[in-house]
Each structure stands twice: as C-alpha cells, then as structure tokens.
Design a protein around this ligand. Sequence first.
Ligand code: KIV
Ligand code: ZN
Length: 547
Amino acid sequence: MTERIYIFDTTLRDGEQAPGISLNQREKVEIAEQLARLEVDVIEAGFPVSSPSDFEAVKAVAKTVKGPVICALARTDRNDIDWAWEALMYAERPLIHTFLSTSEYHMKYQLKKTPKQVLEMAREAVAYARKYVENVEFSAMDATRSDPAFLYQVYAAAIKAGATVINIPDTVGYALPDEFAALVRGVMENVPGIEKVVVSVHCHNDLGLAVANSIAAAKAGARQIECAVNGLGERAGNASLEEIVMIINTRRDATDMTTGVNTREIYQTSRLVSMLTGYNVQPNKAVVGENAFAHESGIHQDGVLKHRQTYEIMSPEDVGLVESEIYLGKHSGRHALKAKLEEMGFYLDDKGLERAFIRFKELAGKKKEISVKDIEAIALDEIRTLEELFQLDYMQSSSGTGAIPIAAVKLSREGKSYEATSTGDGQVDAVCKAILKATKVKAKLKAYQVQAITKGLDAMGDVTIKLDVEGHEVVGRGVSPDIIEASARAYINAINRAVQKGLLEKKKLALKARSSGAAKKAPAKKAAKKASAAKKSAKKSAKKSKA
Ligand code: KIV
Ligand code: ZN
C-alpha cells in the first residue's frame, strides 16, 4: 500500500536559525501562508520563548494561517511550554514540540544531567505540554549519537506521558543512510507503544546526506519528514523540502510513498523564501536552482527537443516553473496591479499598494517589458518594509571620472525624518555611509552581491548585503532598476533586521520567567481554561463520531 508521508516544514524555525536570517512577523505570516498553499502538513512557526518578536510571529501565524497543523518549539522547561502554548492557543490545530538531548556529549557537557534526570525531564515536559494540547511531539536531540538502549527508554517514557509524535533528529548531520535507517528500525522494534504514534525524522546536512538520510528513514518506516524550503537551517541546513517531495513524487515506483504537497507551488515558495531571507538559491541546486531544467550541451538540447524525457525526469511545470509572461505595461492602473498581485498571492495594504504602484510606474517608464519576476520583486520589497522601521524616502547620488562620489539620503521612521550626505569610494559606498550617518548605526559590511532579476540591460538589480552589527550577522535585500537604489534598500533592510533583532536597542532578547508577577500569570490561566475547554470539546466530538 502506498504510504502517506507527512511533510513537517521547519523553515520558520530551524531555517530561521541560519546565520543572518531574521524574519519579521509579516514575512513569517507571508511564508506560512505560502506553505499552506503548498499544502504541507505541519508548519513549525518558531520558538516563542527565544524572543518577543518570535513569540508575536508564532501567534500571528497561529491566528491567521488555516489548514496545516501549527507547531511551536519549546525546551523541556515549563516556562518554554507556557510560552509555546500562549503563542499557539489561537491555532486550529496546535502542536507543541518539546526537545531534550539524549547523547552522552550533550547530557554530560551541555546539560550537565544524568541519564536518569534526562528521562524524568522528558517525561515531565510531555505530560505538562499535554495539559495544553492534544498533540505533542518529543525530539531526542542528537539521537544519532545517543546510546540506542537509552534512546528507546526515553521515547517509551515520552509516549507513556502522552507524546503523539516521536522525532529522531540527526542534529549534527553525522549519520549515514544505512545507519540511520537501522536506527529508525531499532526504534520501531524496541519502543513500547511506538505503533500508536507518528515516527518523525529531522536530518541536518553537515555531510550533505540530509535528504538521503530522510528518504532512507521513510523507507525504514518513518512517517513524517522534517525539512525546510531551500534546505535552510542551522550550519549546513536541514533536509531540503523540495528535494524530499520531488524524490517521493518522481520515484513513486521505488518508494511507494506519497505526500499531500501541491508540487506546483514549490518554485514560488522557494523564491519567496529566498527573497525574504536573503539566502540566494545556488544555480545548480536540485529542483529549484536556475539551471535545474536548463540544458546546455548540444546533445542534451537535441535529445530534449526530440523527446523531453530523454534528459528530463520531471517537468518544470510539475514544480510550478512557468515562463514569466508579460502582462502589465505603463498604461496599467492600480486596480490591474492589485488584481495581478492578488492572483500571485500578494495582498498588500493600501499604503504598500500605493508604494508598489509608484515603483511599478517608474519601472514601466524605464523598461519596455515588465515581467512576473519584476512585479514579484517589487511586492516582496514592500512586504520587507514595515512602517515602524526605517524607510527610504529619497536618495540621490552622483559620480564620474575624476569626480568624488557623493550621496544624499532621506529616511523616515515612525513619522520622524533622518537625513545625511556622505562621500565614498564609489556611489554604493557613499550611499551606504550616508545611511549609517542618518541612522547613527555602527555596522561593518561583510558581503555585497548584485544579480539581475530578469535578462537584459534594463533588468532590475537584486542586491544582497551582509552586515555585522554589534557582532551579529544580518542580511538585507533590496531591488530596483537602479543598482545604487537597490543597494540603499538592501542596506536599510539589513539595518531594519538589526532593529527587529533588538541589536541596536541592546535589549535582552530572552523573555523573563513567567512565574514572577500576577499580571504574567493571568494569560496562563486563560490558556489553561481554553486548553481544558478545547480538550472537553475534542472528547465530545470523539464520542459523537464513535456514536
Ligand atoms: O536539530 C535538532 O535536533 C533540532 C531539534 C530541536 C529537533 O532542531
Ligand atoms: Zn535541527
């Protein structure tokens, strides 16, 4: 029988842990909505206790995104679980994901706990999380370097305490496919109660084996795969969602598996994530890279022209890669732009739409043909721009042979204006220095990259900038037909991410323990009330459906 594999997307949690990525609430909701259109089964929206902004983002996703299960991560502390529930309580189908390390390295050197203590902590955390939600996932961090016999005991305790999903992470990307498959089989054969729960896997890509390990695990009996769009994640990243899904889809003959993913949304999801995170997709990346369907050599081109399947094992249309047709021009009005944006899945508010329209008109005055990618780039730039952060209102720069490059900028933030001028080693340098002067931010440029969004000399420039702010890496991205303006937008975007991360205000990121103060306790009571009401109604409907 064909096995249904659940796709658990962790782009917004583990993916966001990749250096330099810091998505704001609006960007997280935008990506989560796209993940819902992609029809993933679970969206891990974040780690609420890690920062106030992550808490708010998870809450916003839980409130707005319908369809998939919405999950939040929590360590085994009660405080983490409380915050996870408070962010998740609005979700249609909430899932608390709690984790604890089980390897000797982690227990001894990081946690400084004995195996006995770890076992008890896991049991206690799952039982506590079950007070809030019906669905609890337990992960044994660094499972692949843990003693299997101990791992089985921890999983058994977690299941007994009410875990509904048991996750086996290859946290450091250490396992080989046959070893990992054997571990999955070991868990399935030796853990009492395992038949009642979903067995999940979560693989990191340190040795480039995350996808191979995930598929080997599914063949060995795992039913859920945790993965991230474009393979984003800690260090070398997580298993790439698009590769997992397309392997299952393309090689159904060999895997006898299926997923619920709408593969035609893959390409759009990959682009959205790339544009909003600032992480470019390498051209030769499987499934979503620019060259994934490009045939360069004469022999290959000849073959594909004669019969597509000679050199193509999947079609570009299967992953939603369609030629970007031209559909709007300089005579198109606001309504046409709004309708087209909505058709593409972008819903801008009135101000955002107005700004996008002005930029669209400017572009239409410069370029003969406006493509889907141009419109998409403008829309994404608007999504990146939040009212409470710095906005670019005006910029001018000049240079020439023998002349000193000079730039002037005017920014605004919450109704206040910030202006400055500066010279520099080039126009980009001058404009970036002017931005630093205007915002009074101290930052060091670590990397600068420019690429064209479409072909031709009039293409929009897409600039990615990496900054070091207070010892933290932040990535910004900006687009414009003028690459100096694209650079300014990317620079401001990176500064805004530093603002969001609280790096400039030097605020402590971690939320304080909730136990102190009655004001903090109130929402917990409310949450517990809602949880018990939710449980009661779940029990009622279970009775009804039995009857
Ligand atoms: O890699 C890992 O072990 C994790 C856990 C939190 C599941 O990300
Ligand atoms: Zn991970």
